[in-house]
Design a protein around this ligand. Structure first.
Ligand SMILES: Nc1ncnc2c1ncn2[C@@H]1O[C@H](COP(=O)(O)OP(=O)(O)O)[C@@H](O)[C@H]1O
Ligand SMILES: [Mg+2]
Length: 140
């Protein structure tokens, strides 16, 4: 198959997460991923878009982020462009999943999970200072 590409500007509102999950499932099916892999892709896209909406854009529905999903047989790529609050992804601590629940810090599991299920996760900044996130996954 030829590469397919979808691009959207979504307002920073969590109501958009359902639609984003459906788009990810459509792309994953067409690219030939298993149901389990599609579930993982949906988890990853939900986590990073939730972070963008809540942490980056502070749920301000007048602000938008760009979501690009592109795929071909055996591979999906997801890109997010978001001009929200800066953060240092290197500064996020790997959660101690072995520690008892009451000793673990709240939050911080999302990006950890995303890195577990995706083959590549790269945070960056483009030439205009807009935060970028690139994720890719290939069929096993
Ligand atoms: N798009 C983003 N913009 C700003 N900060 C972010 C973004 N994504 C993640 N972060 C920061 O990284 C932290 C860890 O994210 P995550 O692992 O998803 O945990 P959680 O969302 O539960 O706090 C967040 O608490 C937030 O401080
Ligand atoms: Mg999160």
């Amino acid at each position: 198959m030829m590469q397919e590409r979808l691009s959207f500007d979504f307002p920073a509102n969590t109501v958009n997460l359902e639609k984003i999950g459906e788009l990810a499932a459509h792309a994953g099916h067409t690219a030939g991923f298993s149901e389990a892999e599609i579930g993982d892709i949906q988890l990853a896209i939900d986590e990073v878009c939730t972070n963008t909406i809540i942490h980056g854009l502070k749920k301000d529905p007048t602000r938008t982020f760009q979501l690009i999903i592109q795929w071909q047989s055996g591979e999906i790529e997801i890109l997010i462009y978001e001009a929200g609050d800066p953060f240092d992804p290197e500064g996020i601590q790997v959660p101690d999943t072995g520690a008892p629940l009451e000793e673990r810090s709240v939050g911080g599991l999302g990006i950890y999970l995303v890195r577990e299920v995706m083959d590549e996760v790269t945070y960056g900044t483009d030439e205009d200072g807009v935060k970028t996130l690139y994720m890719a996954k290939r069929v096993k």
